[in-house]
Design a protein around this ligand. Structure first.
Ligand code: NAD
Length: 239
């Protein structure tokens, strides 16, 4: 397999950022065990109480800003600069970009971007925490609005442009490495399966079993900071 391989896709989830200090979604200490998404992370909550939703997201910004990219993010960034690579992430933390990965596909958006609800225009913003959330975009909508975090919240539709790019990358992949994702969030979870169906060599890096484990060609049951650099070193040595 690997000697022929050229196009590598890394598909990452919350587990890759856990060792940076960011809680995963599920399991002990998981974000949504602690908070009710209906109050802080859905469009209905935002329409009801934009300040309350922003208070939650300001706190998330402050928490994530204190968490640097780890050895797994850095190893992927170095690899992506040297080989034809696409990085697809379900994470909103911006750590692939912070590690230097050019142009990661952020399937579920970013904590570091704002979006106008009226026109959909998005803007990068790294203020920690963001003091003023009043929308000042130039779309001319007369309704006073708050910027919305450019994140795919619960109950939101997927961004179809990002999803289509990710699907294309899966279709074109020779190897797909799935790192730190439980495979429970759809349609993102279909990406590794789609790559495998199109003939890619499928690798899983996760301390725990997931729904795709049984279809993988190779499984590394270690933490991302150890197993990602290990897999990359082996791939670069023996192809
Ligand atoms: P998940 O929380 O459902 O699953 C996390 C996975 O990571 C589990 O399979 C777990 O076994 C694995 N894991 C735990 N520690 C690990 C480690 N050290 N190395 C490698 N893997 C490890 O996460 P998900 O599948 O990404 O789905 C959650 C959704 O919530 C995603 O859509 C994501 O956008 C969002 N989310 C994002 C962040 C973030 O941006 N960092 C954090 C939490 C949730």
């Amino acid at each position: 397999m690997a000697a022929m391989a050229r196009r590598v896709v890394f598909f990452t989830g919350a587990g890759i950022s856990k060792e940076s200090g960011i809680p995963t979604y599920r399991g002990a200490g998981g974000t949504w065990g602690e908070y009710d998404y209906r109050a802080v992370a859905c469009q209905r909550a935002f329409e009801r109480d934009p300040e309350g939703v922003w208070t939650f997201h300001r706190a998330r910004r402050a928490m994530v800003a204190a968490c640097p990219p780890n050895a797994a993010h850095h190893a992927i960034a170095r690899f992506a600069r040297a080989h034809p690579t696409v990085v697809i992430t379900q994470n909103i933390d911006g750590l692939h970009e912070a590690a230097g990965t050019p142009d990661a596909i952020e399937l579920h958006g970013s904590l570091w971007r704002l979006r106008c609800e009226a026109c959909g225009q998005a803007r990068a913003n790294r203020d920690v925490p963001l003091a003023d959330t009043r929308c000042d975009c130039d779309c001319g909508d007369p309704t006073p609005r708050h910027w919305r975090p450019d994140i795919t919240w619960f109950e939101d539709p997927m961004d179809m442009t990002r999803l289509a790019r990710a699907q294309q990358a899966a279709d074109d992949a020779d190897v797909l490495v799935s790192v730190g994702t439980s495979g429970a969030v759809y349609p993102a979870a279909e990406i590794p399966v789609r790559a495998k169906q199109r003939g890619a060599y499928l690798v899983e890096i996760n301390p725990e079993t997931t729904p795709i484990s049984t279809i993988c060609d190779e499984v590394l049951r270690g933490p991302a900071t150890r197993s990602v650099p290990e897999w990359i070193a082996r791939f670069e040595t023996i192809g």
